[in-house]
Write a protein that binds this ligand. Structure first.
Ligand code: ZN
Ligand code: ZN
Length: 281
């Protein structure tokens, strides 16, 4: 099926109803998450400060690797939020899934969100990692690297929605525009690829460096097939409607990753060869 035909089948939820789902209780939770996140990160920097193993190169590589990891995490979480679950789910539905649905029907809404609404979510999901990084012993270079890597990764995870918001702004601040042009943070034209219906690629939104490699290895389509196989769930049914979601699965059937195709061929060959042997008396 052609992409245009699938696009016509896309049915989305009402932007206003989605926007109303942002309740005072969720906002209070987000404020608490931001305060806890910042406190934990400051405590981590304090612990690393003056640590004999925390050298410049170790810290620089932790920050850079953390940036790559955050880009991957942003893609993974974004893919989860876009593809699975529904806004009707208890707790998760309103707090975590609703913003993903809203972002596809009203992509400019993010540019109107204040600091709390933009960054609360990512602080919340980073809290367990922040606690873990702070609890590491820091008694050797390996531990110090792990703690700085985790601390840096969640710092970039927190920055992700800010970078994402800037990529949707018509005229971002001059320095931000420069960083986007040299592709050190998420560039708008790169992110546009994700906002093309049916929203099934280029999920990474910190800087987007991981989008090409993940597309080349068919990372998300393979993960979707595995989850559908294990649970029977239809990917992005809640986001684009059951009809478009089903059409997309059918269309994707013919474009499997080379490694999956090769594995299937091998399996078929093996079963064909086995058959005559099993019929022998
Ligand atoms: Zn999306
Ligand atoms: Zn976006």
């Amino acid at each position: 099926m052609k992409t245009q035909e699938i696009e016509k089948k896309v049915r989305q939820q009402d932007a206003q109803v989605l926007a109303q789902g942002y309740s005072p209780a969720i906002r209070a939770m987000e404020i608490a998450a931001i305060v806890s996140f910042v406190s934990l990160e400051v405590a981590l920097v304090y612990r690393l400060w003056g640590n004999p193993y925390a050298g410049t190169w170790l810290l620089l590589s932790a920050v850079l690797l953390g940036y790559l990891a955050a880009d991957f995490v942003s893609g993974f979480v974004h893919w989860m939020g876009d593809t699975w679950g529904s806004t009707e789910m208890p707790l998760l539905g309103k707090a975590l899934i609703r913003p993903f649905r809203e972002h596809h029907v009203d992509e400019k809404a993010i540019t109107r969100h204040d600091f709390v609404e933009t960054n609360g979510n990512n602080c919340l999901i980073s809290l367990p990692v922040a606690i873990m990084a702070l609890c590491l012993p820091m008694s050797g270079p390996g531990w110090v690297f792990c703690a700085s890597f985790l601390g840096a990764m969640i710092f970039w995870v927190m920055a992700t929605n800010q970078f994402h918001k800037w990529s949707h702004m018509d005229s971002p601040p001059a320095l931000v525009g420069f960083l986007q042009r040299v592709h050190l943070i998420l560039p708008p034209d790169h992110h546009r690829i994700h906002h093309t219906k049916p929203y099934n690629k280029y999920y990474c939104i910190t800087v987007g460096w991981m989008n090409k490699p993940l597309t080349m290895v068919h990372f998300f389509p393979t993960a979707e097939r595995l989850i559908t196989w294990a649970t029977g769930l239809l990917p992005r049914q809640d986001d684009i409607g059951a009809e478009a979601a089903r059409a997309l699965v059918v269309a994707a059937g013919g474009s499997e990753a080379p490694v999956v195709q090769a594995a299937k061929e091998l399996l078929t060959q093996a079963t064909v060869q086995e058959k005559p042997a099993s019929t022998r008396p």
